[in-house]
Design a protein around this ligand. Sequence first.
Ligand code: MRU
Length: 348
Amino acid sequence: MSKQREEVQAVVWRENQLCLLDQRVLPGREVYLEYTAVAAVAEAIGDMVVRGAPAIGITAAYGVVLAARARYAQSAVEWQTLIEADLQTLASSRPTAVNLFWAIGHMRELIATLQGDPEPALLAAAKKIHTDDIAACRRMGELGAALIERPCNILTHCNAGALATGGYGTALGVVRAGFAAGKIRHVYADETRPWMQGARLTAWEMVQENIPVTLQTEGAAAYLMKQGKIDWVIVGSDRIAANGDVANKIGTYGLAVLARHHGVKFMVVAPTSTVDMNIVRGEDIPIEQRSPEEVLFLAGQPIAAAGAAAWNPAFDVTPAALVDAIVTERGVLLAPDAGKMVAMMENA
Ligand code: MRU
């Protein structure tokens, strides 16, 4: 058997700077880009150098550290006021993953309490957000795997793995734990147009760890389920509303409808930093619209008839009624609803 490699790290703090694995060029090249300025960090989030809700939040927290360093050097008296513009820049990088706003909010609260050089305290807070996320992923991995009763095949969408988190992954954390426990035999991964997170990132993570993975186009999912090849759909989330509705990569809602039709179970795995109790229902979650060019071009080459328009929502919303289980680090909600969500979030 080939050697199993350590899980990859998407976000690394090294030698006083932020290093991001450039996910746009994976799996062909493994390149870490270095950041010392907050504006470039915000750009990296918008441009998909780093992506995946928890990883975006962690990156933003380190971005705040870089911002504080620069603002404190600019004015040791006014830095707490000046940094607000940087927090706004980070917050405008992507709209759907609430982990971004959660992490910025957490850092903002700390900023208000600081005196003297802010960097040590802010860096410690960012590192804690990072390590807490890895711990949450490991816990969710155990909880999610425990829901799977017998060795089975799963289908996942996009990439909710080590690359999308502090490490280990949400949906792919369940896959890692489930595979180690002999409960998952095979992973089917949607290629996930237009950024191909399934083909480029999920398949790459699985191959590194010798977990059997088969790719298919999104359009093949229905036929795969019809043939009885899938027992669970397991996905991550970018934002979960107070009623249990779930925003995730465009195409997730379609999978949930298909899963219900074919009697396949549907599991959403996300830390509580992805839960937004201020959003009452899924329809109110802001959905990112990305450039039509991402659909009209593939790897820099035009693929559509000249003159065609393209619609490119990055996420959709799956109603709670189609979700069999939401797994967070605080526990499992079967058939999630507003009451169960409140009970879980109050149980800190
Ligand atoms: O556009 P992306 O690649 O940032 O979208 C990512 C997803 O939709 C993931 O499923 C989600 O963020 C959960 S990651 C643990």
